[in-house]
Design a protein around this ligand. Structure first.
Ligand SMILES: *[C@@H]1O[C@H](CO)[C@@H](O)[C@H](O)[C@H]1NC(C)=O
Ligand SMILES: *[C@@H]1O[C@H](CO)[C@@H](O)[C@H](O)[C@H]1NC(C)=O
Ligand SMILES: *[C@@H]1O[C@H](CO)[C@@H](O)[C@H](O)[C@H]1NC(C)=O
Ligand SMILES: *[C@@H]1O[C@H](CO)[C@@H](O)[C@H](O)[C@H]1NC(C)=O
Length: 364
């Protein structure tokens, strides 16, 4: 070894000492439990979330029913739905979503996509998904990376457009069950759709997120990081479960990107992998702790958990797709109808597309 190389080596070891001291414990725990987080990811997220939670658009006052307000109400921009797609494969159902958004006014919606950068994906060269990708990081099933990816989507959508009023989280396996105008009307104007007894527009909008207090194996999920790991922030009485796919109001989206305390708990790796689905607990727990009355406690995305295998819901195959299936998937005990559904195998595209076109023809 040349003398100066040795010197450089010694010097760089010396330089890296403080880094090891500062980051050592985290890095060691992480590599030990295979947590796919780097300190850099965490820092990037923190600056994005801080920006999103402190940035104020110059929006008109929302809750002042003065004459001026009533006048400006007429000219106020319309609220938009931010469609957030979380994916780690191609967006198989892009043609269906293209049809869903076809001819719809672009001032009523926005689309944002978080795609795992470690997977190869065919970039859409046309249609509604073109150029809608946000800076993304690696995701893994049953890990807190899915929480981070969702929070990144919310933060980008919050920053991007002050008119984004509802934030609907979807995946590449989701399809719409109704037309865009139906979805828009349901979220913003329907008086029967949301909680009965409250009439709009005086009512503030609620988030459609499943929040369950009782579920099999909830205790096992709670102690998956250790018996006392969630304390004192999250007591067992506060621990909730629900579907990963939700539709949040803007105040709730803000609340989620502002959170630091619960994230510090939920980002910890689990000892038991088969009891660890942080994304199914973090959002319902956080929102039920912060604003239980602001949540409907049910989701708008239908999923069939009958005969579940390995934490995966039932996945429909092409031969099952029919007009009857779509009608059955819309049926809900909670609201007037489900708006979205999952999961379908990619080769369901053709039958779904045919159904969707037929439906549009009949309904228009
Ligand atoms: C993605 O594609 C590139 C180039 O085609 C290839 O080199 C790489 O191995 C692929 N990565 C994965 C994860 O398939
Ligand atoms: C949702 O559930 C919580 C309990 O977790 C309850 O306090 C709240 O009232 C429920 N919200 C509605 C709209 O029923
Ligand atoms: C849900 O999945 C089961 C199979 O696990 C199937 O028999 C049932 O028909 C499905 N329900 C609906 C509404 O499609
Ligand atoms: C509605 O609730 C009933 C009774 O709990 C249940 O049998 C049925 O499957 C539910 N329907 C849907 C569409 O969830």
């Amino acid at each position: 070894m040349l003398p100066h190389t040795a010197l450089v080596l010694a010097f760089s070891i010396l330089l890296s000492l403080p880094v090891i001291v500062i980051l050592g414990p985290t890095v060691l725990t992480q590599s030990h439990l295979h947590l796919p987080f780097s300190p850099q990811d965490e820092l990037d997220d923190l600056s994005l979330f801080t920006l999103a939670s402190t940035f104020h658009h110059h929006a008109p006052p929302q809750h002042k029913p003065s004459r001026i307000f009533q006048f400006s109400y007429q000219t106020k921009p319309k609220p938009k739905i931010a469609f957030l797609f979380l994916t780690n494969t191609d967006l198989h159902f892009a043609p269906i979503w293209n049809l869903f958004f076809h001819d719809q006014p672009t001032n009523l919606y926005n689309i944002y996509i978080h795609k795992d950068p470690s997977v190869n994906l065919t970039r859409p060269v046309e249609g509604v998904f073109k150029n809608r990708f946000i800076p993304s990081k690696k995701t893994a099933r049953a890990s807190p990376t899915l929480i981070s990816a969702t929070r990144r989507l919310l933060a980008h959508a919050l920053l991007d457009d002050p008119d984004n009023a509802y934030f609907a989280l979807l995946s590449q396996h989701c399809i719409p069950l109704h037309s865009f105008p139906y979805v828009y009307r349901s979220l913003f104007f329907s008086t029967t759709f949301d909680s009965p007894g409250l009439t709009r527009p005086t009512q503030t909008h609620r988030s459609f997120i499943e929040i369950l207090t009782h579920a099999p194996r909830l205790w096992n999920r709670y102690i998956a990081r250790g018996r006392f790991a969630m304390l004192p922030e999250v007591k067992y009485e506060d621990f909730r479960v629900g579907s990963q796919f939700f539709t949040l109001t803007r105040p709730h989206a803000l609340l989620v990107v502002r959170d630091r305390a619960l994230w510090r708990k939920f980002r910890s790796p689990c000892y038991k992998k088969d009891e660890c689905y942080p994304e199914e607990h973090y959002f319902p727990t956080l929102l039920s702790m912060m604003d239980p009355e602001g949540c409907t406690n049910y989701t708008l995305t239908h999923v069939n958990w009958t005969g579940t295998k390995g934490g995966h819901p039932y996945t429909y195959k092409p031969q099952e797709v029919s007009v009857e299936l779509i009608s059955r998937l819309r049926e809900s005990n909670f609201s007037e109808s489900y708006l979205f559904a999952r999961k379908f195998t990619p080769d369901c595209l053709q039958p779904l597309l045919w159904n969707f076109s037929e439906d549009r023809r009949i309904c228009s």
